[in-house]
Design a protein around this ligand. Structure first.
Ligand SMILES: Cc1ncc(C[n+]2csc(CCOP(=O)(O)OP(=O)(O)O)c2C)c(N)n1
Ligand SMILES: [Mg+2]
Length: 280
């Protein structure tokens, strides 16, 4: 196993949260809760696991990310900005006229965004097709797919997973963001999905569940997915919607969230303190 630099990955996750906050504050409000819940997995994906090149974002043999919960675009953009795919200052153009950073991910607009998403469910089929396409081309590339728990209420999601298992797409890694909440409340109240591990296993996946806001657990689970085999992988991310900013996490309805100047200052100070503790 490669050495896991936990402090470095944690600091990257904090920086992803900072950039996300910058972007959403510049607009006044946005999808903060669901962006924050995936900051840690993005840090481990782009900080350790994925083969990408900020100078050549369209390199065909790169690993690919499909953020099927496309409303978490701000977290993806912050990740890309922190790595130099786009200038950091550009985060402040989120969803403005003419921007390269629309509220939902668009592969035709943003360098480093591998697939257009936003209509929930569809990214799953696209990711399965991308993984199959890369395999047919003989690439060693892998596709990482982030799906929301509310999104998994969509039937298309399970059709795509059946397809991925039938095609033995071990170059596909599904990351299910089990943050227990969706747009208008708790997933268990809207449409409970039961035991995700049992479900994915029944669909023919190699499945594990981890604390999705713990970079070390994430790194180990992702490292396991390098071994190939004949099954696609699923990692159930037990996360908190709003993770990393306590006041946001404690607000049940944090799907779309207002970030005024006062909140911005207070939340950014909290994140800076986290960074200080990690980096001194
Ligand atoms: C097909 C479709 N239906 C409805 C929406 C509106 N919508 C955007 S986000 C969202 C909730 C998604 O919940 P979840 O997948 O749990 O995302 P997260 O909690 O990670 O933000 C909904 C219903 C959409 N984007 N696409
Ligand atoms: Mg959710």
């Amino acid at each position: 196993m490669d050495e896991i630099n936990v402090k470095k990955l944690k600091a990257f996750a904090v920086r992803i949260r900072m950039g996300t906050l910058e972007a959403i504050h510049s607009l006044g409000s946005g999808h903060l809760g669901g962006s924050l819940s995936i900051a840690d997995v993005l840090a481990v994906l782009y900080g350790r696991e994925m083969k990408v090149d900020p100078k050549n974002p369209a390199w065909p043999e790169r690993d690919k990310l499909v953020c099927s919960k496309g409303h978490a675009g701000p977290a993806v953009y912050s990740t890309l900005a922190n790595l130099g795919f786009i200038p950091y200052e550009e985060l402040k153009t989120l969803n403005r006229p003419g921007t390269r950073l629309p509220s939902h991910c668009d592969r035709n607009k943003t360098p480093g965004v591998d697939m257009t998403t936003g209509s929930l469910g569809q990214g799953t089929s696209l990711a399965a097709g991308m993984a199959l396409g890369d395999r047919l081309r003989g690439y060693s590339s892998r596709t990482f797919l982030i799906v929301g728990d509310g999104e998994s209420n969509e039937g298309q999601v399970w059709e795509a997973f059946s397809f991925a298992a039938a095609k033995k797409l071990s170059n596909l890694v599904v990351l299910l963001d089990w943050n227990k909440r969706q747009l208008d409340g708790y997933t268990d109240d809207v449409l409970p999905m039961g035991d995700y591990v049992a479900k994915f296993n029944a669909f023919g996946f190699d499945t594990v569940k981890v604390d999705g806001n713990n970079v070390e657990e994430l790194a180990k689970a992702l490292e396991r997915t390098r071994q190939g085999g004949d099954k696609p992988y699923a990692i159930i991310l037990d996360t908190v919607k709003g993770a990393g900013i306590p006041e946001v996490a404690e607000t049940v309805m944090n799907h779309s969230y207002t970030v005024d100047d006062d909140r911005f200052r207070r939340y950014m100070a909290g994140l800076e303190a986290q960074l200080q503790e990690l980096e001194g």
